[in-house]
Design a protein around this ligand. Structure first.
Ligand code: DGJ
Length: 745
């Protein structure tokens, strides 16, 4: 999988279908990016670095060294020494200089994949992956950059990370350290590059956004202390005319939950430099002699099969090599969450009445959301005081949980451990525990502040609260929420010259807390959440197998949110619930059946007052529950294919999960807007085995789907992929169809 050609000084990193080649140039040892694309034989392609093309040659033509440095496809570009494109690293040395340049020193290739100190990271067994440790050095600063590259035997993804080590006897301040830099050559044959990013807002997370790549820099990022609703730590570079299953796309995804920058820079020579890493704004880190800084991991995928190929490589990487939870391959309990049912207005009796009714319909867990602790009857107070509010819950958590368990449901709970309300006993006792700048009135958001987790005492307090809540009763599930972003970046704990470390130290503490949590409570099902889906990123998946996707539970709004999320993440990670109508966020009324179909492509659960919804809706729940039990393994473990997108066609959405052995598939069709005088929809179904014959059933096992206009016929995978089927348009807006395709025995 990884080979070194010593005579040509080339490294070949190979995934099943792609090659990533890097080379070392000149006696100085410039590390260069040679090729990344479809898998190629190991031949001498070092010519691609153009080092014999004057004036861009290295030391052969010392007169034009600047031309060389500003053109060379560098593997880890530094700063201020001739390469004017944006570099991957910047430092401030003891003499006030910011120049840095990394050159080859040594390397090692070994089996397996190392973890990253204190950070989420992909993992693999020795026989599943190989790693190249490429050690570069700035010989003047005596600063080492240890670049790790891992390739996996079973997915077309490569992960990279960087560790900076100060080998000098003076401190050095890191002002920027990107985890990934990649210089891609001009590719006229692929047409003008399109940039793909995920953009959003609260309740509108991860909407796909394509735009042509222009000259200069195109970037997305977050400086909010979390990966954010607004931008996503991902950047794709796609060939012109990319489709779901054709065209080339390079995808770069950051395995980190804090501030990030993802950038593509189109240069004077039409090459593109990609950078991905911790956002340099509000970041610095001082390295004393002998100290090191580990930057988080970045994922690269090159798909030769359009967007779908990229999605499937990432899904396989995350399911196979990132998510550690014991629930990854298990059916998750179908939960009912009381947030949209009651908001803050609940008590033991109300929760038990929901639990009793839920049990009758086959629901398996009750989750008590915000408002059960401290003085918290609205969102203005109580965060930090993690003791049960006995006025609402007499007898405390233990009594409530025992009663819920007696009814036959598991019990889950909500916490927002990183926060502190100004109106809380905690804040009155420790105002200096909130992130703030002395002399400035800190900015409130949702009327709360963020705890200064860079302070170990605060981190320890937060842990003690989590441990005591979870240890106090039989709690099977935790929803870990975070409802505001970081501002007023000051810490009463950090010394002045370390204030720039606050955001990253905060993230490291969150990771430590979650690591402690899953170690201490190994059977707990953890769902991360951040005011909806503001911290839906690969970093959090290392700790929780699922993340709440969005506070928007409307089935139609969810189509775009779940499409953008599924572009990168396995469906099994997307927290998705059936909620009541009119929808609380947009006021739309959609059929209960459609809400069920859309939630089925995520973790599946309910978020409504089951004691008060219309009888005809409640009556559908047992069948929905049965469908979940029957088909959810397909959703959880299958390959994802996006067939059509309402975003493109303004008409309907369609996607599918196919079992890895191609023996069955689940197709979901949602017609957002009905169209008058329209013929039936022609749906081509990819991903099946062309030679196998499939029967197309609906929701009733064994019965042909009534919506399919092929008279109960069985069809081959070849016909289904190329000729397709005809689907009757559902009557009205927002109708949906579920098809179960099964290989005939
Ligand atoms: C934001 C979450 O996304 C919601 O589901 C809910 O838990 C609220 N916070 C509670 O404050």
């Amino acid at each position: 999988m990884i080979a070194y050609d010593e005579s040509n000084r080339l490294f070949f990193l190979e995934t099943p279908h792609t090659s990533y080649i890097l080379g070392i140039v000149d006696e100085e040892g410039f590390p260069g990016q040679v090729y990344y694309g479809a898998r190629v034989p190991r031949e001498d392609v070092s010519y691609l670095m153009r080092t014999k093309e004057p004036p861009f040659v290295p030391s052969e033509n010392a007169r034009e060294r600047g031309s060389f440095l500003d053109r060379f496809p560098s593997e880890y570009p530094g700063n201020a020494l001739g390469d004017y494109r944006e570099g991957a690293a910047e430092v401030l040395d003891g003499d006030g200089h910011r120049a840095v340049q990394f050159l080859y020193k040594e390397h090692r290739i070994y089996d397996g994949k190392p973890g990253l100190e204190g950070l989420p990271a992909t993992f693999a067994k020795e026989n599943e992956a190989q790693t190249l440790e490429l050690v570069l050095e700035d010989p003047v600063l005596r600063l080492r950059a240890v670049l790790l590259y891992t390739v996996f035997a079973d997915t077309d993804a490569i992960v990279r990370s960087v560790r900076l080590v100060n080998d000098s006897d003076r401190p050095v301040r890191i002002e920027k350290v990107m985890s990934l830099a990649l210089d891609l050559e001009p590719e006229e044959s692929l047409g003008p590059w399109q940039v793909l990013t995920l953009h959003g807002s609260w309740a509108r997370e991860r909407q796909m956004d394509f735009r042509p790549l222009g000259y200069g820099k195109t970037s997305v990022g977050s400086t909010k202390g979390e990966s954010s609703h607004q931008e996503h730590p991902f950047l794709g570079l796609a060939s012109a005319g990319i489709t779901q299953e054709s065209g080339i796309i390079y995808g770069f995804h950051f395995l980190y939950s804090g501030n990030f920058l993802a950038q593509a820079e189109k240069t004077q020579f039409d090459s593109v430099r990609i950078l991905l890493g911790i956002h340099p704004a509000n970041f610095e880190w001082t390295l004393a002699p002998g100290e090191h800084f580990q930057a988080p991991e970045a994922v690269c995928v090159c798909s030769l099969q359009g967007l779908g190929g990229m999605s499937r490589s990432l899904h396989d990487l995350y399911r196979g090599h990132l998510i550690r939870s014991p629930y990854l391959h298990k059916e998750r309990p179908i939960l009912i969450n009381n947030w949209e049912a009651t908001y803050f207005d609940f008590n033991t009796e109300k929760l038990l009445s929901i639990a009793r009714e839920a049990k009758k319909s086959g629901i398996e867990m009750l989750v008590m959301d915000d408002g059960w602790f401290g003085k918290r009857d609205d969102d203005n107070s109580g965060l930090g005081d993690w003791t049960v509010n006995e006025k609402k819950l007499p007898g405390g958590l233990k009594y409530l949980v025992e009663e819920v368990n007696r009814i036959g449901l598991k019990f889950g709970i909500w916490m927002e451990p990183e926060m502190i309300s100004p109106d809380s006993d905690l804040y009155r006792a420790h105002p200096d525990w909130a992130i703030a700048i002395p002399g400035r009135v800190p900015c409130r958001s949702r009327n709360q502040f963020v705890l200064d987790l860079s302070n170990p005492q605060v981190e320890e307090y937060v842990w003690s609260c989590i441990e005591s809540v979870l240890g106090s009763a039989n709690i099977a599930y935790l929803k870990w929420d975070m409802n505001r972003q970081l501002t007023d970046l000051g810490s009463a704990y950090l010394p002045a010259d370390r204030t720039g470390e606050l955001c990253h130290r905060y993230m490291l503490a969150v990771y430590r807390l979650q690591e402690r949590l899953i170690t201490r409570f190994p059977d707990l099902l953890l769902e991360n959440c951040s005011g909806g889906g503001a911290r839906f990123d690969p970093g959090m998946l290392y700790y929780s197998p699922q993340i709440w996707c969005s506070d928007d539970t409307d089935a139609v709004e969810r189509l775009g949110i779940q499409e953008g999320t599924a572009l990168l993440y396995p469906l099994s990670t997307m927290g998705a619930h059936v909620s009541d109508c009119p929808n609380h966020t947009v006021g739309r009324v959609t059929p209960f059946r459609t809400r069920g179909h859309v939630a089925l492509s995520g973790t599946f659960g309910y978020e409504l007052d089951i004691t008060r919804i219309p009888e005809e809706d409640r009556a559908q729940i047992p069948a929905q529950v049965a469908t979940y039990h029957r088909l959810h393994e397909l959703v959880r473990e299958g390959d994802y294919y996006r067939i059509a997108s309402f975003r493109d066609n303004g008409f309907y959405d369609c996607w599918m999960s196919v079992r890895k052995d191609r023996s069955e598939a689940l197709l979901t069709f949602v017609q957002v807007r009905n169209r008058p005088n329209a013929v039936s929809r022609r749906i081509r179904i990819p991903g099946l085995d062309p030679a196998k014959i499939y029967r197309i059933e609906g929701e009733i096992p064994g019965e042909p789907a009534p919506e399919v206009l092929c008279h109960g016929q069985a069809l081959s995978g070849a016909v289904l992929a190329n000729a397709g089927i005809l689907l009757k348009n559902p009557w009205g807006d927002f109708g949906s169809i579920l098809l179960h395709l099964r290989e005939m025995a």
